[in-house]
Design a protein. Structure first.
Length: 347
């Protein structure tokens, strides 16, 4: 049991307190600098080596895809020109297999050439990165916009609106996602064929963006709805209502900005999921098709002619690129989630 301090100790404490300078005469201590949520998150990311490494890899991959045409021009090749001459491809023992000087990286072909058609592998990888990342980013944007707006509306309005939207979310989450996408993608492509989106390589890209984006919003909507249910009773929302703000104004100016941390975390986690989904669909033959390059289409080409048996490098290049990209985005998503976690310890 703790004992009370002796009387002499209490007297000395009171005297020391009385002798100390008043707040007006004490030296001014520097106050802690106020930081926004994003500034605090960036500070935490900078302190994590894994987060910085994954961010650097993601930036490098995005720049590689953006600068794909320039890098291909520097290599002197493009992703569509075929070269089936006997100097490049074998026409005796294994017809179509690149000769040793063209199978692996060289000065003329930085990653070699693909079997069968002899197209430059580096150029197709760079252009394929543009296609794969574009599909993943656009479909993620569609899912994020739909999920944020629908989930915020369900949580804010409540009542019948919440009940109807919640049942729709349950219905979307109950669908077998992959089977549904596999069955609907060819149907949507046939419907888009006679529209401006169905011209050339835009057809598979537009169909994948619509399918992946439309069926990827429900989980985020459920998360946002849960956040909004607690936010709608906060003082700043009540203050906005008391000043006569409309429901749309409160929803888009007060509610949604306060759930953007959760939305940002979900978006960073959804991008690698959509990259993998595009690769899987292209690998199964319902996504991007030849001659348009994508990482999934390159994997499909490697297995369709059994080239991975005689030329494993052709399979390893896009496979390694997919693994590195998805891993980097996942690690970055974990870092963003930890950085934006309000329960995390502040340093």
């Amino acid at each position: 049991m703790n004992r009370a301090p002796p009387l002499t100790q209490l007297q000395s404490t009171v005297e020391a307190t009385a002798a100390s300078p008043s707040p007006s005469t004490s030296p001014i201590r520097p106050t802690a600098e106020a930081r926004s949520l994003l500034a605090t998150a960036w500070l935490r990311i900078r302190r994590s080596k894994i987060a910085l490494l994954s961010l650097g890899v993601v930036v490098a991959i995005v720049l590689f895809a953006i600068l794909g045409p320039l890098l291909s021009a520097m290599s002197g090749n493009d992703p569509f020109t075929s070269n089936t001459s006997p100097e490049v491809l074998d026409d005796l023992q294994t017809p179509g297999l690149p000769l040793p000087g063209y199978m692996y990286p060289s000065a003329s072909h930085w990653l070699g050439v693909e079997p069968g058609l002899g197209r430059d592998l580096f150029a197709r990888l760079a252009y394929g990165g543009q296609v794969s990342l574009t599909i993943a980013l656009l479909s993620t944007a569609v899912s994020v916009v739909l999920g944020t707006v629908i989930g915020a509306a369900a949580g804010y309005f409540g009542g019948k609106t919440d009940a109807i939207i919640s049942r729709i979310m349950d219905l979307f989450l109950a669908f077998p996602h992959l089977l549904l996408v596999l069955s609907l993608t060819p149907i949507l492509q046939s419907r888009l064929r006679d529209t401006p989106l169905g011209q050339g390589s835009f057809l598979p890209m537009a169909s994948l963006v619509m399918i992946l984006g439309f069926f990827g919003w429900a989980y985020l909507a459920r998360i946002v709805r849960g956040q909004v249910l607690s936010l709608r009773e906060r003082e700043f929302v009540e203050a906005a209502r008391s000043f006569g703000a409309s429901h749309l104004s409160v929803l888009f100016r007060q509610i949604i900005p306060n759930v953007m941390g959760v939305v940002l975390v979900y978006a960073t986690m959804l991008i690698p999921t959509n990259i993998s989904a595009e690769a899987a669909l292209s690998f199964l033959g319902v996504g991007v098709k030849d001659p348009t390059p994508s990482w999934g289409q390159m994997l499909n080409a490697a297995q369709s002619g059994n080239w991975y048996l005689s030329d494993p490098w052709f399979l390893a290049v896009p496979g390694a690129m997919l693994i590195v990209t998805v891993l980097a985005f996942n690690l970055l998503g974990d870092a963003v989630r930890d950085a934006l976690d309000p329960k995390a310890s502040r340093h």
